[in-house]
Design a protein around this ligand. Structure first.
Ligand code: TYM
Length: 350
């Protein structure tokens, strides 16, 4: 298995990223380690591998401040390590140090169709009413995302629900490229599978249950950041939008109650249970009782992460070294696939 995933280093790591993606990254890293030990014991030379990266090249598709991007890239690296990504076991790097990403994107631009990109809902959401004024990078960014995973022959890509459409596109591009330029028995690219955690694939805004929790939401109250202190967590949960009804005992009772469903989903994901489990324990409770219980669970999860995060942030040299080492490894792993793509297209590289 080759597991590959990325996150944009814009804003802070929030609960949606954590429950929807990063926690899964850490789990897969740990599972790969176990599988590798078993494989080594049985004498097999095959190794599973995880690569995780900061999508800093993606971040320039929206207006940004360069100093802020530099700071956020290091902060996000610290946040990932604080969440449990171990740079000794996983390859952790930022895209800008691996030029093979934008290089492969250009090669794939010949295969991706404008019609496919036109269907991407994230472009529609992010460009809003000002499509003509959006950057070309915002439009072609899903092709870079395809390059991000195809470059490493990713088999599995842990992402939240909102990234599934981009992964489908990566599969379409890989398939068309293989059909057009490779022989059936020697495809250039592997088709990657998205994997989303069932409970937490979509964590919604605390202010509006119809919008996903997002770092680009102007309201800080709409999300829980992983570095929030306990008082801030409690305040945000207490102010989270809800309705006057108590929690139902059955899941059907949450239909048409998106904010209540979101809080119950967060509780379920944090307690490693299902929405049904939470309703069995808390059905009939009002939000006056449920919200403090949820805040307590959140603080329990976040406290150790934010302590590690703050310690790592003060060690800039260590963070630079982690990213440089990861990038060097990523460049090595990427080289053969990039070379095959050039050759398949008939490009002469000397
Ligand atoms: P990004 O930076 O927006 O989000 C990183 C990861 O967090 C998940 N996520 C959520 N999951 C559940 N609920 C939410 N409210 C929520 N918000 C974010 C996302 O699904 C994602 O898994 N384009 C990508 C980054 C990227 C990437 C890639 C991902 C670039 N190249 C290659 C996978 C493979 C993005 O902007 O994610």
């Amino acid at each position: 298995m080759r597991v590959v995933s990325g996150i944009q280093p814009t804003g802070n790591l929030h609960l949606g990223n954590y429950l929807g993606a990063i926690r899964n990254w850490v789990r897969m890293q740990d599972e790969m380690e176990k599988a590798n030990r078993a494989q080594a014991a049985s004498g097999s030379a095959d190794r599973n591998q995880c690569l995780f990266f900061l999508a800093d090249l993606h971040a320039i598709s929206m207006p940004h401040e360069p100093g802020e991007l530099r700071r956020a890239t290091l902060e996000m690296a610290a946040a990932l390590v604080a969440c449990g990504i171990d740079p000794d076991r996983s390859v952790l790097f930022n895209q800008a140090q691996v030029p093979a990403h934008p290089e492969l994107q250009w090669l794939l631009n010949g295969t991706a169709r404008i019609g496919w990109l036109n269907r991407m809902t994230q472009f529609k959401d992010k460009s809003g009413k000002n499509r003509e004024g959006a950057s070309a990078a915002l439009f072609t960014y899903p092709v870079l995302q395809a390059a991000d995973v195809l470059l490493y022959q990713a088999t599995h890509v842990p992402v939240g629900e909102d990234q599934k459409q981009h992964l489908e596109l990566a599969r379409d591009i890989a398939q068309k490229f293989n059909n057009d330029y490779a022989s059936e028995d020697a495809p250039v690219f592997t088709l990657p599978e998205p994997i989303s955690p069932p409970q937490a694939a979509r964590i919604m805004s605390l202010r509006d249950g119809s919008k996903k929790m997002s770092k680009s939401d102007p309201s800080e109250m709409s999300r829980i950041d992983l570095a929030d202190d306990p008082d801030t967590v409690l305040k945000k949960i207490k102010k989270a939008k809800t309705d006057p009804e108590p929690l139902p005992s059955e899941v059907d009772g949450l239909a048409e109650r998106p904010e209540a469903l979101n809080l119950v989903t967060i509780y379920a994901a944090l307690s490693e249970g299902t929405v049904e489990d939470v309703l069995r324990d808390h059905g009939g409770a009002g939000f006056g009782a449920f919200k403090p219980a949820l805040a307590e669970l959140l603080v329990e999860t976040l406290q150790p992460i934010s302590t590690r995060f703050n310690a790592l942030l003060n060690d800039r040299e260590a963070l630079d070294a982690i990213l440089a080492r990861g990038a060097s490894r990523a460049r090595e792993i990427a080289a053969p696939t990039l070379a095959s793509a050039y050759t398949a297209l008939g490009l002469v590289r000397g």
